[in-house]
Design a binder for this molecule. Sequence first.
Ligand SMILES: Nc1ncnc2c1ncn2[C@@H]1O[C@H](COP(=O)(O)OP(=O)(O)OP(=O)(O)O)[C@@H](O)[C@H]1O
Length: 591
Amino acid sequence: MDIKIKPKNIEFKQLTYTVPDKNETRDILKSVSGEFKSGELTAIMGPSGAGKSTLLNILTGFIQTGVVGEVKMNNAKVSDKKYRNQCCYILQDDNLYPTFTVEETMMLSASLKISGISLDEKKQIVNNVLNTLQLTHTKSTRCGHLSGGQKKRLSIALELLGNPPVLFLDEPTTGLDSLSSANCIRLLHHLSREGRTIIFTIHQPAASIFESFDHIYVLADGNCVYQGSANNTVPYLSSIGLQCPHYHNPADFLLEVANKEYGDFIPTLTKASKDDRWRLNSNFITDHATFHEFQIESDKTLVSRSNSNESKDLHVAPSEWTKFLLLVGRCHIHYYRDWTVTYLKLMLHITTAILVSLMYGDSGINANKSVANVGLFLIGVCYLWYTSLMPSILKFPSEVAILKKETFNNWYPLRTYFCANVLTTTPIHIVLSTTFSGIVFIMTDQPMELERFMKFCLCFIFTTMIADGIGLIIGSVFNPVNGTFVGATLSAYKVAFSGFIALHSHISKPMRLMSNVSSMRYLLESVVLSIYDLNRADMKCPNTEMSPKLILQELGMTANNFEFDISVIVIQMVAFKALAFLLLKRRLKKS
Ligand SMILES: Nc1ncnc2c1ncn2[C@@H]1O[C@H](COP(=O)(O)OP(=O)(O)OP(=O)(O)O)[C@@H](O)[C@H]1O
Protein backbone atom coordinates (compact mmCIF):
# COMPACT_ATOMS: atom_id res chain seq x y z
CA MET A 1 0.00 0.00 0.00
CA ASP A 2 1.33 3.45 -0.93
CA ILE A 3 1.58 6.44 1.34
CA LYS A 4 -1.33 8.74 0.70
CA ILE A 5 -0.02 12.11 -0.36
CA LYS A 6 -2.40 14.40 -2.18
CA PRO A 7 -0.61 15.59 -5.33
CA LYS A 8 0.39 19.25 -5.10
CA ASN A 9 1.80 20.97 -8.17
CA ILE A 10 3.50 24.33 -7.92
CA GLU A 11 2.90 26.60 -10.86
CA PHE A 12 4.37 30.05 -11.35
CA LYS A 13 3.75 32.47 -14.17
CA GLN A 14 5.57 35.59 -15.36
CA LEU A 15 7.45 35.93 -12.10
CA THR A 16 9.51 39.10 -11.83
CA TYR A 17 11.35 40.13 -8.71
CA THR A 18 12.67 43.67 -8.49
CA VAL A 19 14.91 45.22 -5.86
CA PRO A 20 15.99 48.83 -5.40
CA ASP A 21 19.54 49.44 -6.60
CA LYS A 22 20.96 52.91 -5.79
CA ASN A 23 18.53 55.29 -7.50
CA GLU A 24 17.25 52.64 -9.87
CA THR A 25 15.73 49.19 -9.65
CA ARG A 26 17.18 45.83 -10.62
CA ASP A 27 15.33 42.76 -11.84
CA ILE A 28 16.64 39.67 -10.09
CA LEU A 29 14.10 37.39 -11.78
CA LYS A 30 12.86 38.33 -15.25
CA SER A 31 9.42 37.01 -16.03
CA VAL A 32 10.13 33.35 -15.36
CA SER A 33 7.43 30.67 -15.54
CA GLY A 34 7.31 26.97 -14.82
CA GLU A 35 5.59 24.06 -13.18
CA PHE A 36 7.01 21.72 -10.54
CA LYS A 37 4.97 18.56 -10.28
CA SER A 38 4.22 16.15 -7.48
CA GLY A 39 6.12 12.88 -7.62
CA GLU A 40 9.05 14.63 -9.29
CA LEU A 41 12.47 15.50 -8.00
CA THR A 42 13.07 19.05 -9.19
CA ALA A 43 16.45 20.78 -9.06
CA ILE A 44 16.87 24.52 -9.53
CA MET A 45 20.32 25.06 -11.00
CA GLY A 46 22.39 27.91 -12.37
CA PRO A 47 25.59 29.86 -11.88
CA SER A 48 26.21 31.76 -8.64
CA GLY A 49 24.01 34.85 -8.45
CA ALA A 50 21.59 33.56 -11.11
CA GLY A 51 18.59 33.87 -8.78
CA LYS A 52 18.13 30.25 -7.53
CA SER A 53 17.66 31.06 -3.84
CA THR A 54 15.49 34.04 -4.77
CA LEU A 55 13.16 31.81 -6.81
CA LEU A 56 13.01 29.26 -3.98
CA ASN A 57 12.27 31.99 -1.45
CA ILE A 58 9.44 33.32 -3.60
CA LEU A 59 7.94 29.86 -4.11
CA THR A 60 7.97 29.21 -0.36
CA GLY A 61 6.47 32.62 0.40
CA PHE A 62 9.57 33.82 2.25
CA ILE A 63 9.84 36.74 -0.17
CA GLN A 64 6.59 38.51 -1.05
CA THR A 65 7.38 42.19 -1.50
CA GLY A 66 8.81 43.23 -4.85
CA VAL A 67 7.33 40.18 -6.56
CA VAL A 68 5.07 40.49 -9.61
CA GLY A 69 3.42 37.43 -11.14
CA GLU A 70 1.52 34.43 -9.93
CA VAL A 71 2.51 31.49 -7.73
CA LYS A 72 -0.06 28.78 -7.11
CA MET A 73 -0.27 25.35 -5.56
CA ASN A 74 -3.25 23.67 -7.13
CA ASN A 75 -5.72 26.52 -6.51
CA ALA A 76 -4.12 28.13 -3.48
CA LYS A 77 -2.08 31.30 -3.82
CA VAL A 78 1.33 31.58 -2.17
CA SER A 79 -0.03 34.12 0.32
CA ASP A 80 -2.82 31.73 1.45
CA LYS A 81 -2.50 29.81 4.68
CA LYS A 82 -3.59 26.70 2.77
CA TYR A 83 -0.47 27.00 0.59
CA ARG A 84 1.88 27.52 3.52
CA ASN A 85 0.40 24.63 5.48
CA GLN A 86 1.32 22.18 2.74
CA CYS A 87 4.98 23.23 2.49
CA CYS A 88 8.11 22.74 4.47
CA TYR A 89 11.25 24.72 3.85
CA ILE A 90 14.54 23.16 4.85
CA LEU A 91 17.14 25.88 4.97
CA GLN A 92 20.80 25.51 4.13
CA ASP A 93 21.86 25.82 7.77
CA ASP A 94 20.55 23.04 9.98
CA ASN A 95 19.25 25.05 12.90
CA LEU A 96 18.98 22.57 15.76
CA TYR A 97 19.33 22.89 19.53
CA PRO A 98 22.79 21.38 20.16
CA THR A 99 22.01 20.18 23.69
CA PHE A 100 19.09 17.95 22.64
CA THR A 101 19.50 14.38 21.40
CA VAL A 102 18.19 13.26 18.03
CA GLU A 103 15.40 11.28 19.68
CA GLU A 104 14.34 14.18 21.91
CA THR A 105 14.32 16.56 18.96
CA MET A 106 12.26 14.13 16.91
CA MET A 107 9.81 13.42 19.72
CA LEU A 108 9.26 17.12 20.30
CA SER A 109 8.68 17.75 16.61
CA ALA A 110 6.27 14.77 16.48
CA SER A 111 4.39 16.03 19.54
CA LEU A 112 4.11 19.53 18.08
CA LYS A 113 2.80 18.22 14.76
CA ILE A 114 0.74 15.16 15.53
CA SER A 115 -2.07 14.68 18.02
CA GLY A 116 -4.65 12.02 18.79
CA ILE A 117 -2.26 9.06 19.03
CA SER A 118 -0.58 7.39 21.97
CA LEU A 119 3.01 7.97 23.01
CA ASP A 120 3.96 4.48 21.80
CA GLU A 121 2.49 5.16 18.37
CA LYS A 122 4.37 8.46 18.25
CA LYS A 123 7.58 6.65 19.15
CA GLN A 124 6.92 4.14 16.41
CA ILE A 125 6.49 6.89 13.84
CA VAL A 126 9.69 8.57 15.01
CA ASN A 127 11.56 5.25 14.84
CA ASN A 128 10.26 4.58 11.34
CA VAL A 129 11.31 7.97 10.04
CA LEU A 130 14.72 7.68 11.71
CA ASN A 131 15.10 4.25 10.20
CA THR A 132 14.19 5.51 6.73
CA LEU A 133 16.75 8.27 7.04
CA GLN A 134 19.34 5.90 8.47
CA LEU A 135 19.60 7.82 11.71
CA THR A 136 18.58 5.09 14.14
CA HIS A 137 22.11 4.66 15.48
CA THR A 138 22.30 8.40 16.30
CA LYS A 139 19.14 8.40 18.47
CA SER A 140 20.94 9.23 21.68
CA THR A 141 23.51 11.56 20.12
CA ARG A 142 23.19 15.25 20.89
CA CYS A 143 22.49 17.33 17.77
CA GLY A 144 25.63 19.38 18.38
CA HIS A 145 27.71 16.21 17.86
CA LEU A 146 26.14 15.08 14.56
CA SER A 147 28.04 15.20 11.28
CA GLY A 148 26.95 17.61 8.53
CA GLY A 149 25.18 14.85 6.58
CA GLN A 150 23.41 13.55 9.68
CA LYS A 151 22.25 17.06 10.58
CA LYS A 152 20.84 17.50 7.09
CA ARG A 153 19.00 14.17 7.29
CA LEU A 154 17.69 15.06 10.72
CA SER A 155 16.39 18.40 9.39
CA ILE A 156 14.52 16.48 6.70
CA ALA A 157 13.30 13.87 9.21
CA LEU A 158 11.89 16.58 11.48
CA GLU A 159 9.76 17.97 8.69
CA LEU A 160 8.69 14.56 7.40
CA LEU A 161 6.90 13.92 10.69
CA GLY A 162 4.20 16.34 9.55
CA ASN A 163 3.90 14.37 6.28
CA PRO A 164 4.22 17.48 4.06
CA PRO A 165 3.27 17.07 0.40
CA VAL A 166 5.76 19.76 -0.71
CA LEU A 167 9.38 20.04 0.43
CA PHE A 168 11.65 22.94 -0.48
CA LEU A 169 15.35 22.61 0.27
CA ASP A 170 18.00 25.28 -0.12
CA GLU A 171 21.25 23.65 -1.25
CA PRO A 172 20.81 20.41 0.72
CA THR A 173 24.16 19.02 -0.49
CA THR A 174 26.33 22.03 0.32
CA GLY A 175 29.03 21.11 2.80
CA LEU A 176 28.55 17.35 2.29
CA ASP A 177 31.09 14.97 0.78
CA SER A 178 30.22 13.15 -2.44
CA LEU A 179 28.87 10.04 -0.70
CA SER A 180 26.70 12.03 1.73
CA SER A 181 25.47 14.21 -1.17
CA ALA A 182 24.51 11.09 -3.13
CA ASN A 183 22.72 9.67 -0.07
CA CYS A 184 20.87 12.92 0.47
CA ILE A 185 19.67 13.06 -3.15
CA ARG A 186 18.78 9.35 -3.00
CA LEU A 187 16.59 10.08 -0.01
CA LEU A 188 14.90 13.02 -1.74
CA HIS A 189 14.34 10.85 -4.77
CA HIS A 190 12.70 8.25 -2.58
CA LEU A 191 10.46 10.89 -0.99
CA SER A 192 9.39 12.20 -4.38
CA ARG A 193 8.31 8.68 -5.32
CA GLU A 194 5.86 8.77 -2.44
CA GLY A 195 4.04 11.47 -4.38
CA ARG A 196 5.69 14.50 -2.79
CA THR A 197 6.81 17.56 -4.69
CA ILE A 198 10.50 17.95 -3.94
CA ILE A 199 12.17 21.18 -5.03
CA PHE A 200 15.73 22.13 -4.18
CA THR A 201 18.59 24.31 -5.33
CA ILE A 202 21.95 22.78 -6.12
CA HIS A 203 25.27 24.12 -7.36
CA GLN A 204 27.30 21.62 -9.33
CA PRO A 205 25.96 18.05 -9.12
CA ALA A 206 28.07 15.03 -10.07
CA ALA A 207 26.92 13.27 -13.25
CA SER A 208 25.44 10.30 -11.38
CA ILE A 209 23.40 12.59 -9.13
CA PHE A 210 22.35 14.80 -12.02
CA GLU A 211 20.87 11.82 -13.89
CA SER A 212 18.46 11.14 -11.06
CA PHE A 213 16.76 14.54 -11.30
CA ASP A 214 13.35 14.25 -12.94
CA HIS A 215 13.11 17.92 -13.71
CA ILE A 216 15.69 20.65 -13.78
CA TYR A 217 15.04 24.34 -13.93
CA VAL A 218 18.09 26.33 -14.94
CA LEU A 219 18.47 30.04 -14.31
CA ALA A 220 21.03 32.46 -15.75
CA ASP A 221 20.96 36.20 -15.04
CA GLY A 222 17.40 35.84 -13.71
CA ASN A 223 16.14 34.12 -16.90
CA CYS A 224 15.03 30.54 -17.28
CA VAL A 225 17.39 28.95 -19.80
CA TYR A 226 16.19 25.35 -19.55
CA GLN A 227 13.32 23.45 -18.02
CA GLY A 228 13.09 19.75 -18.68
CA SER A 229 14.44 16.40 -17.69
CA ALA A 230 18.10 15.87 -16.92
CA ASN A 231 18.31 13.28 -19.70
CA ASN A 232 17.10 15.79 -22.27
CA THR A 233 19.80 18.36 -21.48
CA VAL A 234 22.24 17.23 -24.15
CA PRO A 235 19.64 17.02 -26.98
CA TYR A 236 18.21 20.37 -25.87
CA LEU A 237 21.55 22.14 -26.06
CA SER A 238 22.40 20.43 -29.29
CA SER A 239 19.08 21.68 -30.77
CA ILE A 240 20.52 25.18 -30.61
CA GLY A 241 23.95 24.16 -31.83
CA LEU A 242 25.75 23.57 -28.55
CA GLN A 243 27.36 20.12 -28.57
CA CYS A 244 28.28 18.66 -25.21
CA PRO A 245 31.76 17.10 -25.56
CA HIS A 246 32.00 13.34 -25.05
CA TYR A 247 32.75 12.25 -21.47
CA HIS A 248 31.78 15.70 -20.22
CA ASN A 249 29.29 15.95 -17.36
CA PRO A 250 26.12 17.43 -18.96
CA ALA A 251 25.46 19.37 -15.74
CA ASP A 252 28.89 21.03 -15.99
CA PHE A 253 28.36 21.80 -19.66
CA LEU A 254 24.95 23.31 -18.96
CA LEU A 255 26.41 25.56 -16.26
CA GLU A 256 29.31 26.58 -18.52
CA VAL A 257 26.79 27.61 -21.18
CA ALA A 258 24.72 29.50 -18.58
CA ASN A 259 27.97 31.16 -17.47
CA LYS A 260 28.49 32.38 -21.07
CA GLU A 261 31.75 30.44 -21.45
CA TYR A 262 30.83 29.64 -25.09
CA GLY A 263 29.34 33.07 -25.85
CA ASP A 264 26.10 34.75 -24.85
CA PHE A 265 23.38 32.21 -25.60
CA ILE A 266 21.06 33.46 -22.85
CA PRO A 267 18.45 35.14 -25.14
CA THR A 268 18.33 32.08 -27.45
CA LEU A 269 18.09 29.67 -24.52
CA THR A 270 15.42 31.79 -22.81
CA LYS A 271 13.28 31.48 -25.92
CA ALA A 272 14.00 27.78 -26.40
CA SER A 273 13.22 26.96 -22.76
CA LYS A 274 9.54 27.73 -23.32
CA ASP A 275 9.21 24.53 -25.36
CA ASP A 276 7.80 21.92 -22.98
CA ARG A 277 8.72 18.87 -25.07
CA TRP A 278 11.91 18.50 -22.99
CA ARG A 279 9.87 17.80 -19.95
CA LEU A 280 9.78 14.30 -18.50
CA ASN A 281 6.74 12.33 -19.53
CA SER A 282 4.76 11.85 -16.30
CA ASN A 283 4.09 8.19 -17.23
CA PHE A 284 7.79 7.63 -16.98
CA ILE A 285 7.68 8.27 -13.25
CA THR A 286 4.76 5.94 -12.65
CA ASP A 287 6.42 3.22 -14.74
CA HIS A 288 9.68 3.63 -12.87
CA ALA A 289 8.38 4.03 -9.36
CA THR A 290 11.59 2.59 -8.00
CA PHE A 291 14.43 4.29 -9.75
CA HIS A 292 17.18 1.89 -10.91
CA GLU A 293 20.21 2.44 -8.68
CA PHE A 294 18.38 4.77 -6.30
CA GLN A 295 16.65 2.07 -4.35
CA ILE A 296 16.46 2.76 -0.65
CA GLU A 297 16.88 -0.15 1.73
CA SER A 298 14.11 0.84 4.05
CA ASP A 299 11.48 1.79 1.51
CA LYS A 300 8.88 -0.03 3.56
CA THR A 301 9.32 1.84 6.79
CA LEU A 302 7.39 4.98 5.91
CA VAL A 303 4.74 2.82 4.29
CA SER A 304 4.31 0.84 7.48
CA ARG A 305 3.87 4.15 9.25
CA SER A 306 0.91 5.02 7.05
CA ASN A 307 -0.55 1.53 7.41
CA SER A 308 -0.36 1.49 11.16
CA ASN A 309 -2.18 4.78 11.38
CA GLU A 310 -4.49 4.27 8.45
CA SER A 311 -7.61 5.21 10.33
CA LYS A 312 -6.11 8.24 12.04
CA ASP A 313 -5.52 11.69 10.68
CA LEU A 314 -1.89 12.49 11.45
CA HIS A 315 -2.35 16.05 10.31
CA VAL A 316 -4.45 17.09 13.27
CA ALA A 317 -2.08 19.45 15.03
CA PRO A 318 -2.27 19.63 18.82
CA SER A 319 -3.94 22.58 20.52
CA GLU A 320 -1.94 25.73 21.17
CA TRP A 321 -2.08 24.99 24.90
CA THR A 322 -0.41 21.60 24.35
CA LYS A 323 2.22 23.26 22.17
CA PHE A 324 2.78 25.83 24.90
CA LEU A 325 3.37 23.12 27.50
CA LEU A 326 5.73 21.28 25.16
CA LEU A 327 7.73 24.45 24.57
CA VAL A 328 7.86 25.19 28.30
CA GLY A 329 9.32 21.70 28.72
CA ARG A 330 11.89 22.30 25.99
CA CYS A 331 12.90 25.69 27.47
CA HIS A 332 13.34 24.07 30.90
CA ILE A 333 15.54 21.28 29.58
CA HIS A 334 17.51 23.80 27.52
CA TYR A 335 18.21 26.00 30.55
CA TYR A 336 18.90 22.99 32.76
CA ARG A 337 21.48 21.62 30.32
CA ASP A 338 23.12 24.95 29.54
CA TRP A 339 25.02 25.27 32.80
CA THR A 340 26.17 28.82 31.99
CA VAL A 341 22.57 30.02 32.21
CA THR A 342 21.84 28.55 35.59
CA TYR A 343 24.69 27.06 37.64
CA LEU A 344 27.42 29.50 36.61
CA LYS A 345 25.10 32.46 37.17
CA LEU A 346 24.04 31.14 40.55
CA MET A 347 27.65 30.68 41.67
CA LEU A 348 28.56 34.17 40.46
CA HIS A 349 25.57 35.72 42.23
CA ILE A 350 26.47 34.02 45.50
CA THR A 351 30.15 35.01 45.24
CA THR A 352 29.38 38.61 44.28
CA ALA A 353 26.76 38.98 47.02
CA ILE A 354 29.24 37.75 49.65
CA LEU A 355 32.08 39.96 48.40
CA VAL A 356 29.91 43.08 48.20
CA SER A 357 28.41 42.40 51.62
CA LEU A 358 31.84 41.96 53.19
CA MET A 359 32.79 45.33 51.76
CA TYR A 360 29.77 47.14 53.22
CA GLY A 361 29.66 45.35 56.60
CA ASP A 362 26.86 46.64 58.85
CA SER A 363 25.73 49.42 56.52
CA GLY A 364 22.10 48.38 57.01
CA ILE A 365 21.98 49.34 60.65
CA ASN A 366 24.80 51.85 61.02
CA ALA A 367 23.49 55.40 60.53
CA ASN A 368 26.97 56.67 59.66
CA LYS A 369 27.00 54.35 56.65
CA SER A 370 23.55 55.19 55.34
CA VAL A 371 24.85 56.91 52.18
CA ALA A 372 27.07 53.90 51.56
CA ASN A 373 24.04 51.68 52.14
CA VAL A 374 22.13 53.43 49.33
CA GLY A 375 25.27 53.04 47.20
CA LEU A 376 25.14 49.32 47.99
CA PHE A 377 21.57 49.19 46.69
CA LEU A 378 22.64 50.92 43.49
CA ILE A 379 25.47 48.42 43.07
CA GLY A 380 23.01 45.56 43.58
CA VAL A 381 20.53 46.99 41.10
CA CYS A 382 23.29 47.61 38.52
CA TYR A 383 24.81 44.16 39.01
CA LEU A 384 21.52 42.32 38.52
CA TRP A 385 20.61 44.70 35.70
CA TYR A 386 23.76 43.95 33.69
CA THR A 387 23.84 40.21 34.35
CA SER A 388 20.26 39.95 33.15
CA LEU A 389 20.41 42.46 30.29
CA MET A 390 23.43 41.10 28.43
CA PRO A 391 22.32 37.43 28.07
CA SER A 392 18.89 38.67 26.97
CA ILE A 393 20.45 40.86 24.28
CA LEU A 394 22.16 37.74 22.91
CA LYS A 395 19.19 35.39 23.31
CA PHE A 396 17.10 36.21 20.24
CA PRO A 397 20.00 36.70 17.79
CA SER A 398 21.21 33.20 18.71
CA GLU A 399 17.77 31.64 18.37
CA VAL A 400 16.29 33.64 15.54
CA ALA A 401 17.33 31.13 12.85
CA ILE A 402 15.72 28.23 14.76
CA LEU A 403 12.60 30.30 15.39
CA LYS A 404 12.40 31.29 11.75
CA LYS A 405 12.59 27.66 10.66
CA GLU A 406 10.15 26.32 13.22
CA THR A 407 7.52 29.06 12.95
CA PHE A 408 7.68 29.08 9.15
CA ASN A 409 7.19 25.32 9.06
CA ASN A 410 4.13 25.61 11.32
CA TRP A 411 5.60 23.92 14.39
CA TYR A 412 4.03 26.60 16.60
CA PRO A 413 3.04 30.28 16.50
CA LEU A 414 5.64 32.80 17.69
CA ARG A 415 3.41 33.98 20.56
CA THR A 416 3.39 30.43 22.00
CA TYR A 417 7.18 30.32 21.98
CA PHE A 418 7.38 33.80 23.52
CA CYS A 419 4.96 33.02 26.35
CA ALA A 420 6.72 29.70 27.06
CA ASN A 421 10.02 31.53 27.21
CA VAL A 422 8.69 34.17 29.62
CA LEU A 423 7.15 31.50 31.83
CA THR A 424 10.40 29.53 31.95
CA THR A 425 12.74 32.44 32.58
CA THR A 426 10.62 34.03 35.33
CA PRO A 427 11.37 31.38 38.02
CA ILE A 428 15.06 31.54 37.06
CA HIS A 429 15.03 35.32 37.57
CA ILE A 430 13.25 34.87 40.90
CA VAL A 431 15.72 32.28 42.21
CA LEU A 432 18.84 34.14 41.05
CA SER A 433 17.84 37.60 42.26
CA THR A 434 16.41 36.33 45.55
CA THR A 435 19.66 34.48 46.25
CA PHE A 436 21.68 37.62 45.59
CA SER A 437 19.46 40.06 47.46
CA GLY A 438 18.83 37.65 50.34
CA ILE A 439 22.55 37.23 51.03
CA VAL A 440 23.13 40.99 50.82
CA PHE A 441 20.16 41.73 53.09
CA ILE A 442 21.32 39.37 55.81
CA MET A 443 25.06 40.01 55.62
CA THR A 444 24.79 43.81 55.64
CA ASP A 445 22.50 43.93 58.70
CA GLN A 446 19.43 45.34 57.05
CA PRO A 447 16.45 45.48 59.48
CA MET A 448 15.29 41.93 60.12
CA GLU A 449 11.61 42.33 59.34
CA LEU A 450 9.81 39.94 57.01
CA GLU A 451 7.91 42.67 55.16
CA ARG A 452 11.08 44.64 54.46
CA PHE A 453 12.91 41.49 53.39
CA MET A 454 10.17 40.51 50.96
CA LYS A 455 9.85 43.99 49.51
CA PHE A 456 13.63 44.25 49.22
CA CYS A 457 13.86 40.96 47.30
CA LEU A 458 10.86 41.85 45.15
CA CYS A 459 12.58 45.02 43.92
CA PHE A 460 15.60 43.00 42.81
CA ILE A 461 13.40 40.40 41.12
CA PHE A 462 11.78 43.20 39.13
CA THR A 463 15.22 44.60 38.33
CA THR A 464 16.18 41.39 36.52
CA MET A 465 12.82 41.13 34.80
CA ILE A 466 12.85 44.72 33.52
CA ALA A 467 16.45 44.32 32.34
CA ASP A 468 15.44 41.06 30.64
CA GLY A 469 12.61 42.87 28.80
CA ILE A 470 14.90 45.67 27.64
CA GLY A 471 17.54 43.10 26.62
CA LEU A 472 14.99 41.23 24.51
CA ILE A 473 13.95 44.50 22.82
CA ILE A 474 17.57 45.33 21.97
CA GLY A 475 18.22 41.73 20.85
CA SER A 476 15.17 41.85 18.57
CA VAL A 477 16.48 44.90 16.76
CA PHE A 478 20.28 44.76 16.79
CA ASN A 479 22.91 42.17 16.03
CA PRO A 480 24.95 40.97 19.06
CA VAL A 481 27.85 43.42 18.55
CA ASN A 482 25.68 46.52 18.20
CA GLY A 483 23.24 45.18 20.78
CA THR A 484 25.82 44.89 23.55
CA PHE A 485 27.06 48.41 22.77
CA VAL A 486 23.54 49.86 22.81
CA GLY A 487 22.72 47.92 25.97
CA ALA A 488 25.80 49.17 27.80
CA THR A 489 25.17 52.79 26.74
CA LEU A 490 21.51 52.66 27.72
CA SER A 491 22.38 51.18 31.09
CA ALA A 492 24.89 53.96 31.75
CA TYR A 493 22.12 56.52 31.10
CA LYS A 494 19.81 54.64 33.41
CA VAL A 495 22.37 54.69 36.21
CA ALA A 496 22.86 58.43 35.69
CA PHE A 497 19.11 58.94 36.02
CA SER A 498 18.70 56.61 38.97
CA GLY A 499 18.36 59.53 41.39
CA PHE A 500 21.43 58.74 43.49
CA ILE A 501 24.45 59.86 41.47
CA ALA A 502 22.61 63.07 40.58
CA LEU A 503 19.77 63.63 43.04
CA HIS A 504 16.37 63.97 41.46
CA SER A 505 15.86 67.38 43.08
CA HIS A 506 19.25 68.64 41.82
CA ILE A 507 18.81 68.02 38.12
CA SER A 508 17.23 70.42 35.62
CA LYS A 509 13.54 70.18 34.71
CA PRO A 510 13.94 68.64 31.22
CA MET A 511 16.38 66.10 32.62
CA ARG A 512 13.97 65.36 35.44
CA LEU A 513 11.43 64.36 32.80
CA MET A 514 13.86 61.75 31.54
CA SER A 515 14.49 60.61 35.05
CA ASN A 516 10.73 60.20 35.50
CA VAL A 517 10.62 57.49 32.83
CA SER A 518 13.82 55.76 33.87
CA SER A 519 13.12 52.30 35.27
CA MET A 520 16.24 52.38 37.39
CA ARG A 521 14.98 55.42 39.25
CA TYR A 522 11.86 53.55 40.35
CA LEU A 523 13.84 50.39 41.09
CA LEU A 524 16.34 52.21 43.31
CA GLU A 525 13.65 54.27 45.02
CA SER A 526 11.61 51.17 45.81
CA VAL A 527 14.65 49.41 47.31
CA VAL A 528 15.46 52.47 49.46
CA LEU A 529 11.83 52.73 50.59
CA SER A 530 11.70 49.05 51.46
CA ILE A 531 14.53 49.66 53.95
CA TYR A 532 14.00 53.22 55.23
CA ASP A 533 10.23 53.70 54.92
CA LEU A 534 7.51 51.77 56.80
CA ASN A 535 8.04 53.83 59.99
CA ARG A 536 11.51 52.48 60.52
CA ALA A 537 12.91 53.03 64.03
CA ASP A 538 16.12 55.00 64.47
CA MET A 539 19.33 53.26 63.60
CA LYS A 540 22.47 52.38 65.55
CA CYS A 541 24.84 55.25 66.34
CA PRO A 542 22.38 57.65 67.95
CA ASN A 543 24.85 60.56 68.00
CA THR A 544 24.41 61.13 64.32
CA GLU A 545 21.60 63.28 63.06
CA MET A 546 20.80 60.78 60.36
CA SER A 547 17.36 59.21 60.74
CA PRO A 548 15.49 57.08 58.17
CA LYS A 549 13.17 60.04 57.51
CA LEU A 550 16.09 62.37 56.90
CA ILE A 551 17.71 59.93 54.49
CA LEU A 552 14.57 59.82 52.39
CA GLN A 553 14.36 63.62 52.50
CA GLU A 554 18.01 64.01 51.46
CA LEU A 555 17.51 61.69 48.52
CA GLY A 556 14.31 63.48 47.49
CA MET A 557 12.34 60.27 47.84
CA THR A 558 8.77 60.50 49.00
CA ALA A 559 7.66 58.22 51.81
CA ASN A 560 4.79 55.79 51.14
CA ASN A 561 5.66 55.69 47.44
CA PHE A 562 6.60 52.01 47.32
CA GLU A 563 3.32 50.80 45.82
CA PHE A 564 3.39 53.58 43.22
CA ASP A 565 6.98 52.69 42.24
CA ILE A 566 6.15 49.00 41.93
CA SER A 567 3.09 49.81 39.78
CA VAL A 568 5.24 51.86 37.37
CA ILE A 569 7.80 49.04 37.30
CA VAL A 570 5.15 46.39 36.53
CA ILE A 571 3.63 48.53 33.76
CA GLN A 572 7.06 49.10 32.23
CA MET A 573 7.92 45.41 32.51
CA VAL A 574 4.75 44.31 30.69
CA ALA A 575 5.21 47.04 28.07
CA PHE A 576 8.83 46.03 27.44
CA LYS A 577 7.96 42.35 27.03
CA ALA A 578 5.07 43.18 24.66
CA LEU A 579 7.31 45.47 22.62
CA ALA A 580 10.01 42.77 22.49
CA PHE A 581 7.44 40.33 21.10
CA LEU A 582 6.28 42.75 18.39
CA LEU A 583 9.85 43.58 17.40
CA LEU A 584 10.81 39.92 17.27
CA LYS A 585 7.79 39.21 15.07
CA ARG A 586 8.82 42.03 12.77
CA ARG A 587 12.38 40.75 12.65
CA LEU A 588 11.29 37.24 11.69
CA LYS A 589 9.03 38.67 8.99
CA LYS A 590 11.78 40.88 7.62
CA SER A 591 14.46 38.21 7.63
N1 LIG B 1 17.16 41.99 -1.55
C1 LIG B 1 18.14 42.09 -2.45
N2 LIG B 1 18.71 43.28 -2.74
C2 LIG B 1 19.68 43.39 -3.66
N3 LIG B 1 20.14 42.36 -4.38
C3 LIG B 1 19.61 41.15 -4.15
C4 LIG B 1 18.59 40.93 -3.18
N4 LIG B 1 18.26 39.64 -3.20
C5 LIG B 1 19.03 39.05 -4.11
N5 LIG B 1 19.85 39.95 -4.69
C6 LIG B 1 20.83 39.69 -5.75
O1 LIG B 1 20.20 38.83 -6.67
C7 LIG B 1 21.14 37.94 -7.24
C8 LIG B 1 20.63 36.52 -7.11
O2 LIG B 1 20.72 36.14 -5.74
P1 LIG B 1 20.46 34.62 -5.28
O3 LIG B 1 20.83 34.52 -3.87
O4 LIG B 1 19.08 34.25 -5.66
O5 LIG B 1 21.49 33.86 -6.21
P2 LIG B 1 21.83 32.31 -6.24
O6 LIG B 1 21.63 31.89 -7.65
O7 LIG B 1 21.10 31.59 -5.21
O8 LIG B 1 23.39 32.40 -5.92
P3 LIG B 1 24.31 31.38 -5.09
O9 LIG B 1 24.35 30.13 -5.89
O10 LIG B 1 25.63 32.08 -5.09
O11 LIG B 1 23.71 31.22 -3.74
C9 LIG B 1 22.46 38.19 -6.54
O12 LIG B 1 23.25 38.99 -7.38
C10 LIG B 1 22.07 38.93 -5.29
O13 LIG B 1 23.07 39.82 -4.91
